[in-house]
Design a protein around this ligand. Sequence first.
Ligand code: CNA
Length: 254
Amino acid sequence: MTTRDLDPIETLTSWLTDARSAVFFGGAGVSTASGIPDFRSAAGLYASQQNTGRSPEYLLSHDCLMNEPEEFFAFHRTNLVHPDAKPNRAHTALAELELSGHLAAVVTQNIDGLHQLAGSKTVYELHGSVERNHCMSRAHHAFGLDEIPDEPLVPICPLCGAIVRPDVVLYGEGLDPATVDASIEAIQQADALIVGGTSLNVYPAAGLLQYYPAHRLVLINLTSTPMDSRADLVIHEPVDQVLGHVSDLIHDTR
Ligand code: CNA
């Protein structure tokens, strides 16, 4: 039987069963089932910010942090920090696929730390993580999410008085070169690339897909993306359900 005879779930299952170095490249849609809104869905942050006169791009920018830190931290705390969120089936399925030797790495645009919480070991966080924070003095004092000074509205380092900011790549800031290099290497060596829960609108992150040389490019997203026409398999279904189903099929039959 060829993959032409299989439905999309069976095809993905067969490709991931064969895979020894697959990479998952994901975005905010991976965490919507954990109750964290994405940016561009109807229920996302862009729609909810529409009437406030301030774009999420500005409120999450380096300029906003420097010029209006109170606005920056109010938006960041309310919309991007979700300490009670739990991994969903997408996160746990990817951890299972890594453990069973099919998946080499998760490359994520997310900043929520849920892949690690689910048990994934090799996770490249292109946009950083709200779990890590540091003060903006040369001393670079580090704080976990639980340790960030609460007051005043703008968190201040108790050791040196500088602002404590999240280790998140803001609009107007560059990506960490070591994380980009490691992501490119994993993508170049992948025997399947599964892209899920991302609109592929944010650059340079989305541009990393161009480094994938092989076939077996899979897109799992509720809505269409600019890469759909280049993919070998497109599934417009919830990524948590698709990956959960595929992981069940692979791990129940081993
Ligand atoms: P985006 O532009 O909001 O796109 C999300 C995509 O996911 C959309 O195309 C949706 O249709 C799709 N989607 C939503 N739910 C599901 C689902 N259950 N199954 C399948 N598809 C779904 O977000 P991107 O990640 O593409 O944009 C990158 C930004 C978003 C990064 O800078 C992130 O830091 C930022 N972000 C991250 C989080 C997080 O860490 N959880 C939350 C919100 C935004």
